[in-house]
Design a protein around this ligand. Structure first.
Ligand SMILES: NC(=O)c1ccc[n+]([C@@H]2O[C@H](COP(=O)([O-])OP(=O)(O)OC[C@H]3O[C@@H](n4cnc5c(N)ncnc54)[C@H](O)[C@@H]3O)[C@@H](O)[C@H]2O)c1
Length: 281
């Protein structure tokens, strides 16, 4: 049962692939909270993917778009305003992909064509979305736009590869465009920096299981999962956060403020066979 946090709001949710996707949970919860929205994903995902079921379940129109293609994005915004019957109140950018990660090219041996694609799909697509919406005057005042990021934008994490650079760019775009959209249209733009989460994109990261476990041990509240992230998105799309903009908001159980935790230290010490550490803070 929702709390009508998004009652009467119209949105666009990009990036729901399957029921593990963060965007999938956001769509389910946005429906519960009273929003109407359209869904968008790649042409292939919309033709043969599970997102078709999500569209049925949430009574949403599915509008295919390659998020790197400006014409496709124009179509998503125009069609969304048409089927939803007005301008847009919230957008979720939940898109990420690296061919270097997929093809196991390490950071000191990047394929630069792949790097261009990583940056285009995972970060510049966010600029394209915002620019398209700005030019079409597609946002209502106090609309809220979110993109999902990761702490590798600030800190080096083994195996995250060129996605770290993409996330740094994504967060920068949120600030730069957030200024313009705030000034001109009273629209909020933020990124949520999410804990490692088991999804199709997440599982592609090298050593993902170890990373999940490490982050969980390091975080006083434990990792935030996809449902937790969806709940945070609801608050950020709601009218309760109208003056929050141009921020990278950590949603990670406290990970980003930690250096070392007792739980992580205990596990680390096991590898030296030195026995337990004291239970101290
Ligand atoms: N899973 C994690 O550990 C984690 C942690 C922090 C942030 N994130 C971020 O959350 C977001 C969502 O990822 P997820 O973990 O839910 O995985 P996911 O694989 O379910 O979602 C990624 C989505 O990107 C879409 N996509 C890829 N190329 C596209 C293109 N050219 N045009 C349009 N869509 C395209 C995919 O079809 C898919 O729906 C990503 O930005 C990811 O980097 C994930």
């Amino acid at each position: 049962m929702g709390n009508n946090l998004l009652k009467g709001k119209r949105g666009i949710i990009f990036g729901a692939l399957n029921d593990m996707s963060i965007a999938w949970k956001v769509a389910e919860m946005a429906k519960e909270e009273g929003a109407t929205f359209t869904l968008s994903n790649t042409h292939v995902a919309c033709r043969m993917g599970e997102v078709v079921n999500l569209a049925k379940k949430t009574d949403s129109e599915l509008i295919p778009a390659d998020a790197t293609n400006v014409e496709d994005l124009e179509n998503v915004f125009k069609k969304s305003m048409e089927v939803l019957g007005g301008k847009i109140d919230f957008v979720l950018h939940s898109i990420g992909m690296s061919l270097n990660v997929r093809k196991k090219r390490v950071y000191h041996d990047l394929d630069y064509n792949y790097l261009q694609k990583t940056l285009d799909i995972s970060a510049i697509s966010f600029h394209k979305m915002l620019q398209v919406a700005f030019k079409l005057d597609a946002f209502n005042e106090w609309a809220s736009v979110l993109a999902l990021s990761y702490v590798a934008a600030q800190r080096t994490l083994y195996g995250y590869n060129d996605m770290a650079d993409a996330k740094a760019l994504l967060e920068s775009i949120a600030r730069s465009f957030g200024y313009i959209l705030g000034r001109e249209k009273k629209v909020r733009v933020n990124t949520i920096s999410q804990s490692p989460t088991i999804t199709t994109a997440g599982s592609g990261v090298k050593g993902f299981d170890g990373l999940m476990d490490f982050a969980d041990r390091m975080s006083p509240l434990g990792n935030a999962n996809a449902e937790d992230c969806a709940r945070y998105c609801m608050v950020m799309f709601s009218d309760y956060t109208r003056k929050v903009t141009m921020q990278n908001l950590y949603h990670d159980g406290g990970f980003s403020s930690m250096g070392m935790s007792m739980r992580a230290m205990k596990q680390y010490n096991k590898s030296f066979d030195t026995g337990d550490v004291d239970d101290m803070y």
